[in-house]
Structures are given as structure tokens and as C-alpha cells.
Design a protein around this ligand. Structure first.
Ligand SMILES: Cc1cc2nc3c(=O)[nH]c(=O)nc-3n(C[C@H](O)[C@H](O)[C@H](O)COP(=O)(O)OP(=O)(O)OC[C@H]3O[C@@H](n4cnc5c(N)ncnc54)[C@H](O)[C@@H]3O)c2cc1C
Length: 399
């Protein structure tokens, strides 16, 4: 994004049949993923006028490519406080905007004693928010295969949304509000700071804003390379699948209410990290299943409304990834998913997804006066965006 000094001249572009953008608003948000939209929800609740500008004709970034898991309980530190705040906002917004936010909880399946030990440690710290389950308790909660299951945990606070429709529903609701417009197929191509305002250059003309929030997900690195470099951001690339029972399967998957996490998820979520048994899980996997660690597997399943499952995820970190999708990683996901659910699976959709990853879970930076760059740098944006946005907007109000 070319960042030039303010020239103060505002150009308006009129396209046939396309309404003009407003010439002046309190807040321009760049990006209509969950992070951008969460800022819009917070800002209009404080009486700001908001314009959300999204490059694509609808959101197709990380916010629709994920599991739709609002995994509150497994967060830690500031992420946990954002997640708790976000939980209330999801529930309220679901009612107001008319989309399902299901209080399904999360089921963590342990298939080794060291995994159960991590869950025991976790439950001892989480005071009722994590309930330890027997093997039968696990299979009663979700149709997972009993094979190898040693027990598990149920995390009742956690929520589920349909990730393919929830973000669109939030955007549609925002567009019904007098204070907000979400404009699609419009790219922001430059920001020019002026005195007390920023000139936002878009492909449909210029808008003057009192404040700007850039919520461009993993593209933060391209648009704000210095902020991204200082934060140590890399790209975490994932392979994901939508799956259903293979033609050879003799049974359906059954109804899966909660998000289902597994032993590899214990290595992924910060809430488990302090347990000494996490190291034992990692050592055992390094010994017995190095392929899972090499693939960066966090084996996890959620169910879509049509009964098919979202199955993931493999993870690779770097600055620029190969564009080629690995069949071996897809096969690994299908095999591990089938072992978990006890049903042979076939892929019906495959997609790659990227989120920015850094040592700190969130990037909030102000590269120029009045412009905030906000990115969730730990792959937990569905869980935390609303809590993070509330903090950013409150701080902007004070400044
Ligand atoms: C595979 C996967 C699984 C995940 N699972 C979960 C989960 O279950 N639970 C959870 O909490 N989190 C999960 N996450 C993380 C979560 O999805 C992300 O943290 C979150 O979606 C990030 O939202 P965002 O708005 O920052 O990014 P995005 O959704 O990527 O949105 C950024 C938007 O900015 C737009 N944009 C970029 N540049 C411009 C420009 N110049 N002008 C206009 N628009 C622009 C893009 O088009 C895009 O729509 C997962 C992530 C992945 C990849």
C-alpha cells in the first residue's frame, strides 16, 4: 500500500450503478473478515459512523475457512480475557442478527495416559470450566470411535458457529444499521495522514476518516512490512478438508454437537502449555508418530449443518509457501479423521488457508497517527476478535 503524505485533495469516483462512498466518516475499516467486522460492531455501539471496505465481493479469507470454533476455555492470559468478552458478544449478536451461535462446548478426546494427565492438570486450574470424562463419557458426548480412548474433557463454555455463513450474517446485519456501511469489491490502495484525519484512497474514490483500522489478516505483512517485521510475523499455511463417509462406509457420521479436539490439539492451545505433561505428549509423538509433528497436525473436527465435517489442520510456517497442495497431507488428515470418528472418510472439498503467526498472539500497532493495524497472530480470531476489537475501540476513544 503506497503510504504518501497528505495532499488534502479528495477524489470521488462514480461508477455506473454503484453508489458513491460516503465522503467522510468517523472510522474506515479495511477488511470485512471477522476482525474488521468486530471493530465495526464495537464502533457503532459507541455512536461512530463506520465504513467497512472489503476488496472481495464477499469475505473469503481466514474467517470463512476455519472451524467455526469459539474455543474460549483453552485460551490463556490476555487471549482468555478477550475470548470471555467475545463469547458474550457472539451470543448477543447471534440473537440480534439472526444466526445460530450454538452453546455446544468442546470435547477433547484423550487417547493416551499423558494426554489425560494434561487434561487433569488443565481441569484443576479451570475450576469447573473443564470437566474430566471417562471413556464412556467421551463416546456419549460425540460419535467418536472408542478405540484407544482413555478419557477426555468437556469444556462447556465454548461455542460453535457455521463459519461459512456467520461472517456474512454479521456483515448483512451491519448493513441494516444507519451508522454503518459495508462496501464490497472495493480495495484500499493508499492512506494519507493529514491533520487530525486520514485520507483513505480506495478503488472507488477517497474517503476522509477520523480513524482507520486495517484488519487485513495475513496480508498485514505486505501492507505494513515494518510493523509485521517488528512483530516477527510469518505466514501459517494450513490444509483443510470437508469430508463425509466414504462410499465403502457402512454408517453415517452421526450428530457431532461440540467441536472435537484431540491429543495433537494439546500442543496447539496456550491454555494447556503450562502442564508438565505436554512435554511427555510431544516426546511420545516424536517417538511414535513423527509424521504428525512434521505435518504440524492439530487434528480437529467440527460438523457443518448438512452433517459433513470440517477436518483439519496441518500447519507449515514460512514467509512464502509453495503453491502446491500436498496429497500426502490430505491422506494423513483423512486417515486420522477416520480413526477418530471410526468411519472411513472421503474428501468432498479441499482448501488452503493462511493466518499470520507471531510470538505474541495479537498485533496492534499505530504505524501513523490515527491508523491502527490490528491482526490476530495466533489463529484464534473467531474466538477473540470481539474482545480485541472492544479494547482497540475503547483505546481509540481515549486518544
Ligand atoms: C484453517 C484455519 C482454521 C482456523 N480455525 C479457527 C477456529 O476454529 N477458531 C478461531 O478462533 N480461529 C480460527 N482460525 C483463525 C481465524 O480464522 C482468524 O484469526 C480470523 O479469521 C482472522 O480474521 P481477519 O478478519 O483478520 O482475516 P480475514 O478473514 O482473512 O479477513 C481479512 C480481509 O481483509 C481483506 N483485505 C485485504 N487487503 C485489503 C485491501 N487492501 N482493501 C480491502 N480489503 C482488503 C481481505 O480480502 C479479507 O477479506 C483459523 C484460521 C485458519 C486459517
Amino acid at each position: 500500500m503506497p503510504l504518501r503524505q497528505a495532499q488534502g485533495v479528495s477524489r470521488r469516483t462514480s461508477l455506473p450503478g454503484v453508489p458513491l462512498l460516503p465522503s467522510r466518516v468517523d472510522l474506515v475499516i479495511v477488511g470485512a473478515g471477522i476482525v474488521g467486522l468486530a471493530h465495526a460492531v464495537e464502533a457503532i455501539s459507541r455512536g461512530w459512523s463506520v465504513l467497512v471496505v472489503e476488496r472481495d465481493a464477499r469475505a473469503v479469507g481466514a474467517s470463512v475457512r476455519n472451524f467455526g470454533h469459539i474455543g474460549v476455555t483453552t485460551q490463556d492470559g490476555i487471549a482468555l480475557s478477550y475470548a470471555l468478552a467475545a463469547r458474550e458478544r457472539w451470543l448477543r449478536l447471534g440473537k440480534e442478527a439472526g444466526f445460530a451461535v450454538r452453546e455446544t462446548g468442546t470435547l477433547v478426546v484423550a487417547r493416551a495416559d499423558d494426554e489425560l494427565a494434561v487434561l487433569d492438570d488443565f481441569a484443576a486450574r479451570r475450576d469447573g470450566d473443564a470437566q474430566i470424562l471417562t471413556r464412556k463419557g467421551v463416546t456419549d458426548r460425540a460419535p467418536v470411535s472408542p478405540r484407544g480412548v482413555t478419557g477426555g474433557a468437556f469444556l462447556p463454555l465454548d461455542l460453535r458457529v457455521d463459519q461459512r455463513t456467520a461472517v456474512a450474517a454479521v456483515a448483512a446485519w451491519l448493513n441494516t444499521r444507519r451508522e454503518c456501511r459495508v462496501e464490497w469489491s472495493t480495495s484500499v490502495v493508499g492512506l494519507e495522514p493529514g491533520s487530525g484525519v486520514t485520507l483513505v484512497r480506495t478503488t472507488r474514490g477517497d474517503v476522509v476518516a477520523r480513524r482507520v483500522v486495517c484488519a487485513v489478516g495475513h496480508e498485514v505483512e505486505r501492507l505494513f512490512p515494518v510493523a509485521a517485521l517488528e512483530a516477527g510475523i510469518q505466514q501459517c499455511r494450513q490444509q483443510m478438508l470437508r469430508a463425509e463417509p466414504a462410499r465403502s462406509a457402512r454408517r453415517a457420521i452421526g450428530e457431532i454437537g461440540p467441536a472435537v479436539l484431540t491429543g495433537t490439539s494439546l500442543l496447539r492451545h496456550d491454555g494447556f502449555a503450562w502442564s508438565p505433561s505436554v512435554a511427555r505428549v510431544r516426546e511420545r509423538l516424536a517417538q511414535d508418530r513423527p509424521d504428525l509433528l512434521e505435518a504440524g497436525l492439530n487434528l480437529m473436527v467440527t460438523q457443518l449443518p448438512d452433517g459433513t465435517v470440517t477436518l483439519g489442520e496441518t500447519r507449515a510456517y514460512g514467509f512464502t509457501h509453495e503453491p502446491f497442495r500436498s496429497q500426502a497431507l490430505d491422506d494423513l488428515l483423512l486417515a486420522e479423521g477416520a480413526a477418530l470418528l471410526g468411519v472411513p472418510l472421503q474428501a468432498i472439498e479441499r482448501w488452503d488457508a493462511t493466518y499470520p503467526s507471531a510470538p505474541q498472539p495479537f498485533l496492534v500497532s499505530e504505524p501513523m497517527p490515527g491508523v491502527s493495524v490490528v491482526s490476530v497472530t495466533s489463529g484464534i480470531g473467531m474466538t477473540c476478535a470481539f474482545g480485541l476489537a472492544a479494547k482497540v475501540v475503547e483505546e481509540a476513544l481515549r486518544s
